[in-house]
Design a binder for this molecule. Structure first.
Ligand SMILES: [Zn+2]
Length: 406
C-alpha cells in the first residue's frame, strides 16, 4: 500500500531529515535497497570532460533492506521429511518434490554429481546429503551435454517460492504448503528493515511503527506533528493519508501487501495514486468502485472521481449505485440482461434525461420503483464522467473485459 502510493517515499524522506540518530539518505530506509560496500577507484565526471579519480576503501552505501530475509519480511523453513522418503533410493523415487522424476534429466544430473542412485537416502554420507540438498549451481557434463546441477532446496527457492502461492498449479501448491513453513523473519520481526533503519526514530516511533499503524491513526500522528523545516512534505503526506480515509480505506495500514487488497480496495488505492500523478488526458476505467462502501463514503469517492475528471482526464465507471450515477456527465444505460445477453443500449444522455426516460432498470434505480414487476437482473449501467470535449461511445463486452483486467 505504502509503496503503491507515494506514502512510503514521503516517510523515508521524513526519517532521513528528522530521524534520530541520523542514519542516512532516504534509501537507508528502503527495504528494496541492500547495504553495499565498495573499495577501489571511484571516478567522478567534472566539467569539460575532466574525470577525477579517487581511491576509496570500504565505503558503505547504507540501504534499508534486512539482510537476513532480503527485504521479504519472512523466512522459509523446509520440512525435510516432506522432500524425500529416506528409506528409499533416488532410483526408487525417494524424492517427493513435484517435477523431480529420476527417469528424466534430473536422474542423469544426480548421477552425474556422483550421488549413489541405488542406496537409500538414509545411508548417504553427510557430504552426499549436503550435495543433494544444498549444492550451489555446479556445471557438469552429462552424456556430452553441459548442464548445471543445483541442490534441491535452492532450486525450490528459485522456482517455487518466487511465485505467488495463488498462481501455482494445485499439486505444486499442495507440496509448498506441506513442505515449507513461512515465519516472520526473526531478525527484523517482519518489518523487512535493517537494524539501522529501525534505530532511527521520530517522537519515539521508527518508520516500521508508522507503517503498521492504521492509516487514520497515522494521519492523526502526522497532523499533530509540527516541523516548519519539512512543512511542504508534511502537507503532502497529510493530504495523501486523508484521501485514504476519505474513500473509506482509513482502516488499512501502509505495510499491507497490495496483493491482499480486495478488488474494491485496490481500485480505490489506484484512484489515490493517480490523483497524485501529473498525467492528464488519461482514460480511467473503474468497475463498481463503490462495492462494499458505506453510503457516506460513496459521496467522498464521488468527489475523488470528479477531481480525477477535473484534472483533464476521462473517467469511465461501470456502476449500479444511483448515488454515483447521479454525478455523471453522460450516462450509457445497458440492459436489462447484461453480460452475454446484454449490449442493448436502453438510454444514452444526461442524468436528467435518464430520470425522465422510459423505465429501464437504471432509470428505475434513479427514480424509485414504478411498478412491482421489474426484471430480476441487476441493471448494468455504464456511466461516464467525461470532460465535455470527449465523446462517449457504446461499450460492449470488450469494455467489460477491459474492466476486469484492471
Ligand atoms: Zn528480515
Amino acid at each position: 500500500m505504502g509503496t503503491a502510493t507515494d506514502a512510503n517515499a514521503m516517510l523515508r524522506i521524513l526519517f532521513s531529515r528528522l530521524g534520530t540518530p541520523y542514519v542516512g539518505p532516504p534509501t537507508a530506509f528502503s527495504f528494496n535497497v541492500p547495504t553495499r560496500k565498495a573499495s577501489g577507484v571511484m571516478s567522478t565526471e567534472k566539467a569539460g570532460g575532466r574525470v577525477e579519480k579517487a581511491v576509496v576503501q570500504n565505503v558503505v552505501y547504507l540501504g534499508g533492506m534486512c539482510a537476513r530475509c532480503e527485504g521479504m519480511g519472512s523466512v522459509s523453513d523446509f520440512d525435510l521429511t516432506a522432500l524425500y522418503d529416506d528409506s528409499k533410493s533416488l532410483a526408487n523415487g525417494a524424492l517427493t518434490v513435484p517435477g523431480y522424476s529420476m527417469d528424466g534429466w534430473y536422474g542423469r544430473l544426480f548421477e552425474g554429481m556422483g550421488l549413489p542412485m541405488d542406496k537409500p537416502i538414509a545411508t548417504f554420507t553427510k557430504k552426499q546429503l549436503e550435495t543433494m540438498l544444498y549444492a550451489e549451481p555446479t556445471k557438469i557434463k552429462v552424456e556430452g551435454i553441459n548442464l548445471t546441477f543445483e541442490g534441491i532446496i535452492p532450486k525450490i527457492q528459485k522456482s517455487m517460492l518466487s511465485k505467488d502461492v495463488e498462481a501455482m498449479q494445485p499439486h505444486v501448491r499442495r507440496f509448498v504448503e506441506s513442505a515449507i513453513t513461512f515465519q516472520a523473519c526473526p531478525e527484523c520481526e517482519g518489518t523487512r528493515l535493517s537494524p539501522e533503519a529501525r534505530s532511527s526514530r521520530i517522537q519515539g516511533k521508527n518508520i516500521a511503527d508508522l507503517c503498521e499503524m492504521q492509516i487514520s491513526d497515522l494521519a492523526e500522528w502526522v497532523r499533530e506533528f509540527d516541523e516548519p523545516s519539512v512543512a511542504p512534505l508534511l502537507k503532502g503526506l497529510r493530504h495523501l493519508l486523508d484521501s485514504f480515509a476519505e474513500i473509506g480505506l482509513g482502516y488499512l495500514s501502509l505495510d499491507r501487501p497490495a496483493g491482499t487488497l480486495s478488488g474494491g480496495e485496490a481500485q480505490r488505492t489506484k484512484m489515490i495514486r493517480h490523483l497524485g500523478s501529473s498525467l492528464t488526458d488519461v482514460t480511467y476505467v473503474f468497475d463498481e468502485p463503490t462495492i462494499g462502501l458505506h453510503p457516506h463514503d460513496i459521496e467522498r469517492m464521488n468527489q475523488l472521481l470528479l477531481q480525477l475528471r477535473d484534472k483533464g482526464n476521462t473517467v469511465l465507471v461501470v456502476e449500479h449505485k444511483p448515488e454515483t450515477i447521479a454525478i455523471a456527465d453522460h450516462v450509457v444505460d445497458l440492459g436489462p440482461g447484461a453480460g452475454t445477453a446484454g449490449g442493448n443500449v436502453c438510454f444514452e444522455g444526461s442524468v436528467e434525461g435518464l430520470r425522465g426516460a422510459t423505465p429501464s432498470p437504471a432509470a428505475t434505480s434513479m427514480t424509485g420503483p414504478r411498478s412491482g414487476n421489474q426484471p430480476a437482473s441487476r441493471p448494468a449501467s455504464f456511466r461516464c464522467v467525461a470532460p465535455p470535449r470527449t465523446t462517449c461511445r457504446t461499450w460492449t463486452s470488450t469494455f467489460r473485459s477491459a474492466c476486469s483486467a484492471w
